[in-house]
Design a protein around this ligand. Structure first.
Ligand SMILES: Cc1ncc(COP(=O)(O)O)c(C=O)c1O
Length: 342
C-alpha cells in the first residue's frame, strides 16, 4: 500500500490542508542510551518502531516544541526565536525527568530540518512549522516512579497556512471556571499530558457552543486557552497574566509584550478575573497569542450560557496593528530590531 505520509508536500496543497497534517520528507533524529546521545541521523518521516513497553506509552514521558521558519523577501529562510524555543524545550524536558539534549545539538537539529525542507517552505502568510519531540523509550512498565534511561529525539517539519481556518475571523471562546488544563505548577511544561487533560473540555465547547477554544480560568483566575496565551488590549494598554507555573510561557506572548512596549503601549502583567474580562470587553479588545495563532482577535465570549460580544464583535484595531507588526518582523518585511530571526 502506498504510504501518503512519505509524499513530498506540494506547497499550495500544504498551506490549504488543515494545520499540521502535511509533513516534509526527512527528519533529524538522535537516540539517548548508555548515558549519551547518538550521532544525529537524517531519516525519512515514516512509522517508528518502539517497544510496546516504552516509558512514554505508559507514563507519558514526553515533551515537544512548536516554532516557525519563514521565507524572507529575498528567498532565504529564517527561524523565529530559535533560542527561546530551545530553552523552553530543555526546561520541559527537565520537568519531565527526561534526558535533556544540549542546546547546541537541538539548535543544530532544527537548522538541519529547515535545510532539508527548504523547498517546502511556503511564502508568507504560510510558514514551515517545526516540531521537536522527545520521548522516553526505555522498555520498562514498572518504571512509574523512575525516569526513562533511554529516549528518542527528532524534529518534524510541516508547511502550514493559517491555524484558525478563516485567518482573521474573530474567535468564539468559552470561559471555563471549573476545569484546569493542567496540574498546578506544570503549566509551563509543553507536554502531551496537559493537552490530553484539556481536550474533552475543548471538544465539549465546540459541540455545545460552536466555540473555537476554551479559556481556562479556574476559580476565576484567567490563565490561557488550550493552545495559546491570552491578552486584553485597548488603545493605550495591554494586559496579560504574569509568568507563573499555571500556564505555558509563550514565546509569542513575550514577543507581543516587547513589541507593544516598543510601540508605546503600557504593559500590565497582573492576575485578573473573569469579571474584569467582561468589563474590559465592553470597550476594549481580547486576543489569543501563539506560534500557530500569531495574534488572533476574540469576537465573542460564552460564559454560563450567555454570549458577550467583544467591542463591535470584529477583530480590534490594536490586535490588528500588533499582529501586523509582528508578522512584518517574522517575514522580513520590517526591520528586526530585537534580533529574533536567525
Ligand atoms: C497551551 C499553550 N499556551 C500558549 C501557547 C503559546 O506559546 P508560543 O507563543 O510559544 O507558541 C501555546 C502554543 O504553542 C500553547 O499550546
Amino acid at each position: 500500500m502506498r504510504d501518503a505520509t512519505l509524499d513530498t508536500p506540494k506547497q499550495t496543497a500544504a498551506t490549504s490542508a488543515p494545520f499540521g497534517t502535511v509533513f516534509s520528507k526527512w527528519m533529524p533524529l538522535s537516540r539517548f542510551a548508555d548515558g549519551r546521545w547518538s550521532e544525529v541521523e537524517t531519516v525519512p518521516v515514516a512509522p517508528l518502531s518502539i517497544h510496546p513497553g516504552a516509558h512514554v506509552l505508559h507514563y507519558s514521558s514526553t515533551c515537544f516544541e512548536g516554532l516557525k521558519a519563514f521565507r524572507m523577501p529575498d528567498g532565504s529562510i529564517r527561524i523565529f526565536r530559535l533560542d527561546r524555543h530551545v530553552e523552553r524545550f530543555r526546561s520541559s524536558s527537565e520537568l519531565l525527568c527526561l534526558p535533556t539534549p544540549p542546546a547546541e545539538m537541538l539548535e543544530q537539529m532544527v537548522r538541519s530540518v529547515v535545510e532539508l525542507s527548504r523547498d517546502d517552505v511556503p511564502a508568507p502568510p504560510g510558514a514551515l512549522y517545526l516540531r521537536p519531540l522527545l520521548i522516553g523509550t526505555e522498555a520498562n512498565i514498572g518504571a512509574a516512579g523512575t525516569a526513562s534511561t533511554e529516549a528518542l529525539l527528532y524534529v518534524l517539519a510541516s508547511p502550514v497556512g493559517d491555524y484558525f481556518a478563516g485567518g482573521g475571523r474573530p474567535l468564539r471562546i468559552l470561559i471555563e471556571e471549573e476545569a484546569m488544563r493542567c496540574a498546578p505548577g506544570f503549566g509551563m511544561a509543553k507536554t502531551g499530558g496537559n493537552y490530553a487533560a484539556a481536550l474533552r473540555h475543548i471538544i465539549q465547547a465546540r459541540n455545545e457552543h460552536n466555540a473555537d477554544q476554551v479559556l481556562f480560568c479556574p476559580g476565576g483566575d484567567v490563565q490561557e486557552t488550550g493552545a495559546s496565551n491570552f491578552f486584553l488590549l485597548d488603545d493605550r494598554r495591554l494586559m496579560t497574566k504574569p509568568l507563573d507555573g499555571s500556564f505555558l510561557h509563550g514565546v509569542t506572548r513575550d514577543s507581543v509584550i516587547t513589541l507593544a512596549r516598543h510601540l508605546g503601549y503600557e504593559v500590565l502583567e497582573r492576575d485578573f478575573t473573569v469579571d474584569e474580562v467582561k468589563d474590559w470587553i465592553r470597550t476594549g479588545e481580547a486576543a489569543l497569542s501563539g506560534t500557530a495563532a500569531v495574534l488572533t482577535g476574540v469576537g465573542t465570549f460564552i460564559h454560563e450560557g450567555r454570549e458577550y460580544q467583544v467591542g463591535d464583535g470584529r477583530v480590534g484595531r490594536n490586535t490588528q496593528r500588533l499582529r501586523e507588526a509582528l508578522v512584518a518582523i517574522q517575514t522580513g518585511v520590517a526591520e528586526d530590531p530585537f534580533g529574533w530571526l536567525s
